[in-house]
Design a protein around this ligand. Sequence first.
Ligand SMILES: [Zn+2]
Length: 302
Amino acid sequence: MAKAYKSAKRTLVIVLVAIISVTLLIVFFANNSGGALDDVYRFFGVLPQESGEDFVSFIDVGQGDSVLISSNGYNALVDTGPPESQESLIESMGELGVDDIDVLVVSHLHNDHTGGIKAVCENYSVDNLIASDLDKKSNKDTDIAKQEVLSNGGKVYTAQAGMNFTLGDFEITVIGFYPDMADENNRSIVVMAKIEDYKFLFTGDAQAKAENRLLLDGINLDCDVLKVGHHGSKTSTSEKFLKAASPQFSVISVGEGNKYNHPSASVLEDLEEESMVIRTDESGTVTFHIRNNKLSCNKEKQ
Ligand SMILES: [Zn+2]
């Protein structure tokens, strides 16, 4: 009996030493970084640096826009899709591991961009808001966002060209905003998100007129991933603008069989000459991961 007890005790000690060694190894590797270790994390069932992920996700919200920029657990959401996609937006955000929104950017006041604000504010705390001057012009959704942010002790910022902030490993800059323009689409806040060697350009629904202003102002539009303006409408993505942006990937956020016939065949043709085109109506939610200064693209539907 005593022998058996001793042997069990020895086994227990060996198991404990093994567990401690593995834990120490994981801690050591975690502190010495390295994305290749994700597999090690997965093997041991430890969160694969969940909070250390850097990604940009073009969420499938049907006919509208919503993009999540996430880094080290910090989240910025650019637009919230149309009202009819509120539920699926919240579901997608859950799948993407969102726990709160550090910055909400509302590109402009059309409801295919602001329609999910109510649901976002009901499900997440939103800490900061960047929008056009909401004291001058707002809608019921942006009023909700403003209220949410202020009640959290956060700040509501009126967009200005040149304003920028850091979100984890991303540097996010408002590269253009023309509130004096007549068309609400052209008053879209234009944002560039930079991480390591990669740049993501978001133009909201800006049309050729606003694109020309960006070009005239000498703004560097060069990017790797372009969120195509105004869901691929022929009123956006002028030839000059596309040359200046020269994206590797173009993402069109668009609803299947939409009544606007977006994207336009001619814009699609131009984009395909320049880049790899990905459409959310065909591919679902599209996520770009940035790991070890490498860009990879995952589509929800192949
Ligand atoms: Zn739109």
